[in-house]
Ligand binder design. Structure first.
Ligand code: HEM
Length: 368
């Protein structure tokens, strides 16, 4: 067979590139990385799935930028994308579905890291950067929700911004800064747009870089049940190409799910926002804020007025803080009893989130 001009290790092209870019060192490093294989290995895919949805969001986000206009023309530009531009509806639908699936995958990834105790020494900063990434992902969602400036987006943002406004001293200032004035309007859209396409990506990308670099440095953690086995009995597979191929297969499944949802349930655009119209009865935030929304409402019912809102925010923030600093509570295997208590705490958190989310939807009044 004739020799092709491929970039096989023995080829001249490869040697030329290798001398300048050090490719063989990277290939050697990739060859050394191994991924543990055991009955919980399934959970190792979720960080990659989250990453996949983020990449899809970047590509489709750039495509949307071609036609989207912030400010007064926001609604009209999204109407154009949805109804007039060829495949505009599909790009918009993929972007929005991908955003939701990314947050969902990040939650699964966080809870699986929690229950596998992957936050323990020396992976504390993996956990902290992860918490930062999830918070930024939710802010991506919140800021993106307003951009079409339809009725639901307008009123949900109004309700959403009323929450930080109740924080004593700095609250009203934060809400004013986000709104760009006393009311949600064209200035708010411009600010949310800047946040959505410049500020948040500028924070998210470096943080993600640190997160992934730390995964490289520490390798994947091994759950306690596996650690109990003697080292010789533990199985692992090379990351490249074995695990990477499996990762790609999982990404393909994720792409199918995304394509199905985006095409069969296209993202809707409601009527244009009108501040003079009454708010729809069933106004509510995105599903991933429903739990906190419901907890705040519950506190508001028990302690009417600003006290209830403040107490709700305080309790909620203490809960999030406790969750974020769990590596300090459960730094490494101390005693089985303590570790199990922390696991029960995690189960309790999952239960509260699920319950308050379902409860939040159950008590929503019917739409107008
Ligand atoms: C939101 C975007 C995120 C992306 C794109 C991302 C990406 C990844 C990837 C690709 C891995 C390696 C493979 C894997 O375990 O799945 C990983 C590992 C890890 N991530 Fe994330 N992650 C994100 C959020 C989070 C969150 C919210 C947390 C927890 C608060 C977290 C904590 C961890 C930990 C502890 C590991 C190491 C897992 C182990 O060693 O077993 N990550 N992440």
């Amino acid at each position: 067979m004739a020799k092709s001009s491929s970039v096989a290790p023995e080829s001249r092209v490869y040697r030329w590139l290798d001398e300048r870019l050090g490719i063989s060192e990277i290939v050697e490093l990739a060859g050394k990385k191994r991924v543990p294989e055991h009955k919980h290995s399934f959970w190792y895919y979720w960080g990659g799935i989250t990453l996949f949805f983020f990449l899809v969001m970047c590509v489709t986000g750039v495509l949307l930028l071609v036609y989207y206009r912030p400010g007064d023309g926001a609604y009209e530009s999204v109407r154009l994308i949805t109804y007039d531009i060829k495949f505009g509806w599909l790009v918009r639908s993929i972007h929005s579905w991908s955003a939701n699936l990314m947050v969902a995958a990040a939650f699964v990834h966080m809870f699986s890291a929690f229950f596998m105790k992957a936050y323990r020494r020396p992976r504390e900063f993996l956990w902290f950067t992860g918490i930062g990434l999830l918070s930024l992902s939710m802010l991506f969602g919140f800021s993106g929700y307003l951009l079409p400036m339809d009725e639901l987006a307008y009123f949900a943002t109004k309700v959403g911004l009323a929450i930080p406004a109740t924080i004593p001293v700095v609250g009203p200032w934060i809400a004013d800064l986000a709104r760009g004035g006393p009311e949600v309007g064209a200035y708010t859209v411009s600010r949310f747009f800047a946040l959505h396409v410049v500020v948040l990506p500028a924070m998210f990308v470096p943080l993600l870089g640190i997160h992934l670099a730390l995964v490289q440095k520490h390798g994947m953690s091994i759950p306690e049940s596996e650690q109990a086995k003697p080292e010789k009995a533990r199985k692992s597979i090379p990351f490249f190409p074995n695990f990477a191929m499996k990762d790609m297969a999982v990404w393909l499944i994720a792409l199918n799910v995304l394509g199905f949802l985006a095409a069969v349930y296209p993202w809707q655009l409601g009527p244009a926002a009108d501040s003079l119209m009454p708010a729809p009865m069933d106004i509510h935030p995105e599903w991933y804020f429903m739990s906190s929304f419901q907890i705040l409402k519950w506190f508001g019912n028990w302690f009417p007025g600003a006290l209830g809102e403040f107490l709700g925010i305080a309790v909620f923030n203490v809960g999030v803080l406790l969750w974020a600093i769990v590596p300090f509570f459960d730094p490494e295997k101390r005693s089985g009893v303590w570790g199990r208590r922390v696991t029960w705490f995690g189960i309790f958190v999952v239960f509260v989130i699920l319950l308050t989310t379902i409860w939040g939807y159950a008590v929503l009044p019917a739409g107008k």
